[in-house]
Design a protein around this ligand. Structure first.
Ligand SMILES: *[C@@H]1O[C@H](CO)[C@@H](O)[C@H](O)[C@H]1NC(C)=O
Ligand SMILES: *[C@@H]1O[C@H](CO)[C@@H](O)[C@H](O)[C@H]1NC(C)=O
Ligand SMILES: *[C@@H]1O[C@H](CO)[C@@H](O)[C@H](O)[C@H]1NC(C)=O
Length: 144
């Protein structure tokens, strides 16, 4: 019986999460901080909700700071403000080390924290095929 169960369920276990699955998990992860981060950043709740409905990222500077606030609260950042890759990996289905690597190099250590974590998050959404409007921003990470 166990063998049959495994054979039946294996395809489901191996299946990649769909973009819709990933979006749903992300929305659930950040929901507790929506009001707090809207307050702190001054971003409009309507702009925030519109972005996560469509994954067409708002370019509003306040929205960019809302993303930084989200990253601090999940938390995706160490207390010193740098990104904690281990915390990001697997926090949402499909967010693997390989996906993160594509975004950390260009956008992981930007001097402007609001723009940087916004661009990093946008990049992850692009790599995961969540968004139809891709990021159009030059790399800004500081070389060490
Ligand atoms: C956000 O601001 C509103 C209006 O000032 C306030 O009522 C609410 O408690 C604040 N929420 C959080 C989570 O800070
Ligand atoms: C920030 O903190 C993390 C974890 O303690 C550490 O690995 C990293 O080197 C620190 N980065 C800076 C720029 O201080
Ligand atoms: C995103 O879409 C491209 C083109 O269809 C595909 O090659 C790639 O594997 C997809 N990425 C993910 C993470 O599903």
């Amino acid at each position: 019986m166990k063998v049959i169960y495994l054979l039946v369920c294996l395809p489901a276990l191996l299946a990649q999460p769909t973009p819709e699955d990933i979006k749903k998990e992300w929305r659930e992860l950040i929901a507790p901080y929506e009001e707090l981060c809207a307050n702190e950043s001054g971003a409009d709740i309507a702009v925030i909700r519109e972005t996560w409905d469509t994954f067409v990222f708002s370019h509003d500077p306040a929205f960019k700071c809302y993303i930084w606030c989200i990253y601090e609260n999940i938390p995706y950042l160490y207390p010193n403000g740098t990104i904690n890759i281990e915390a990001v990996i697997g926090s949402v289905d499909g967010v693997t080390n390989e996906v993160i690597e594509k975004c950390i190099e260009p956008y992981g250590t930007c001097p402007d924290k609001c723009h940087g974590f916004w661009a990093f998050d946008h990049c992850l959404s692009d790599v995961l095929n969540l968004t139809t409007v891709k990021l159009d921003a030059p790399p800004c990470s500081v070389r060490k």
